[in-house]
Design a protein around this ligand. Structure first.
Ligand SMILES: NC(=O)c1ccc[n+]([C@@H]2O[C@H](COP(=O)([O-])OP(=O)(O)OC[C@H]3O[C@@H](n4cnc5c(N)ncnc54)[C@H](OP(=O)(O)O)[C@@H]3O)[C@@H](O)[C@H]2O)c1
Length: 291
C-alpha cells in the first residue's frame, strides 16, 4: 500500500509526545519562532505555557499576539517559569546567555540547544551543574515544517527527555539521533544542504531560460521538479538510482543529460561539498567551544 507523506505525518502526530510543560524559547528569532510555531501546531504544550524571550520588545509582542504565548525580555524569568529551555540564540551570544541564566537553571530542567558548533561539554561547563542537555542541528526548512534535524544527547538526558526533544523537532520535520561527533557531518549535509539545493534550482531555471522559457515558467517548473523528486524518493522508499533508471529511456533525453553531468563530476562535486562543509564545521566548532 502506498502511504503518502500526509498520512505519515498524521501517523507520526499520533505518536508524538504530549509534553504539557513550560517551555522557554531563549532567542525567538527565525529558528526559535519556527520551533515555537511547530510546538503549538502539534499541540505539544499549550501556548500559555510557552515563553518567548529576545531583545526587541516589539518583535516579541508581535509573536505573542500571533501565537498567544507569553513574552519577556528577562532570561531569568523565562528560565524560572519553564521545565524545558530552548537555546535558540546565535552561537556567539550563547556564552553570555548561559552566564546570565546559570544560577536559575534547575537540575531537573531540560536544555535543548540549536546553536551551531557549541558542544554539550561547553554548555555543561558554562552552567556549572549536571543538567540534561540536548544538542541539535536543525535546518532552515524547519520554518516550513519540512526540517531535517539531528539530535545528540548529553549524559544526563533521561529517556523521557529524549522523547520530548525528538517530539519538538518532529513537529517541524524529520529527526534522526546521532552521536555528538557526527553533528559536523550533519552540518555539512542537511545543515548547509539547503544552500546547495538553492543553487541547483537557480541553475535549472537558467537552463530553462537559456532554452527559451520565461523565467517565471522556468522557476515554477524547477521548484516543483526538485520538490516532487524529493517527495517521490521519500514516499516510494526506492533507491534514487532505481528512480533515475526508471526515467532514463535508451537513447533518450535524460541519459544524454546524465552523461553531461557525469563528465563534469556532479556527484564528486556534491560529495566534496559535504566533506568541505563538514571540515569547516569542525574548525568553527573548535573555535566556538574552546573549554
Ligand atoms: N538559520 C539556520 O538555518 C540555522 C540552522 C541550524 C541552526 N541554527 C542555529 O539557530 C540559532 C538561531 O539562528 P537564527 O537564524 O534563528 O538567528 P536569529 O533569527 O538572529 O535569532 C536569534 C534570536 O536571538 C535573540 N537574542 C539575541 N541576543 C539575545 C539575548 N542576549 N537574550 C535573548 N535573546 C537574544 C534575537 O532577538 P531579537 O530578534 O530581539 O534581536 C533573535 O530573536 C543559531 O545558534 C544558529 O546556529 C540556525
Amino acid at each position: 500500500m502506498h502511504i503518502t507523506s500526509d498520512e505519515k505525518k498524521a501517523e507520526s502526530a499520533l505518536h508524538q509526545h504530549f509534553i504539557d510543560r513550560g517551555i522557554a524559547v531563549l532567542g525567538a528569532g527565525n529558528m526559535g519562532s519556527a520551533l515555537l510555531k511547530g510546538i503549538i501546531n502539534a499541540k505539544l504544550t499549550p501556548p500559555q505555557k510557552i515563553t518567548a524571550c529576545g531583545v526587541h520588545l516589539d518583535k516579541l509582542q508581535k509573536l505573542s499576539e500571533q501565537w498567544k504565548v507569553n513574552h519577556t525580555l528577562n532570561l531569568v524569568d523565562a528560565v524560572q517559569s519553564s521545565e524545558i529551555v530552548l537555546l535558540c540564540v546565535k552561537p556567539q551570544t550563547l556564552p553570555k546567555v548561559l552566564n546570565e541564566i546559570k544560577n536559575s537553571v534547575r537540575s531537573e530542567q531540560l536544555m535543548i540547544s540549536i546553536a551551531a558548533g557549541v558542544k554539550i561539554s561547553f554548555i555543561q561547563q558554562a552552567l556549572g551543574q549536571e543538567v540534561a542537555i540536548v544538542r541539535s542541528m536543525p535546518n532552515i526548512a524547519s520554518t516550513v515544517d519540512e526540517g531535517a534535524t539531528a539530535v545528540a544527547f548529553g549524559q544526563f538526558v533521561s529517556e523521557e527527555q529524549q522523547r520530548i526533544a525528538i517530539s519538538i523537532f518532529e513537529a517541524v520535520g524529520e529527526v534522526v539521533v546521532v552521536q555528538e561527533e557526527q553533528l559536523d557531518a550533519v552540518t555539512g549535509l542537511s545543515g548547509s544542504g539547503p544552500a546547495y539545493v538553492y543553487m541547483v534550482i537557480e541553475a535549472l531555471v537558467d537552463g530553462g531560460v537559456k532554452m527559451g522559457l520565461s523565467r517565471e515558467v522556468a522557476m515554477k517548473l524547477a521548484i516543483q521538479t526538485v520538490l516532487g523528486s524529493a517527495k517521490l524518493v521519500k514516499e516510494s522508499q526506492l533507491h534514487p538510482a532505481i528512480l533515475r533508471d526508471q526515467v532514463t529511456t535508451p537513447g533518450g533525453t535524460a541519459i544524454n543529460a546524465i552523461h553531461e553531468l557525469e563528465s563534469h563530476g556532479l556527484r564528486s562535486m556534491l560529495i566534496n561539498a559535504v566533506a568541505t562543509a563538514t571540515k569547516r564545521s569542525e574548525e568553527l566548532s573548535k573555535l566556538i567551544s574552546r573549554v
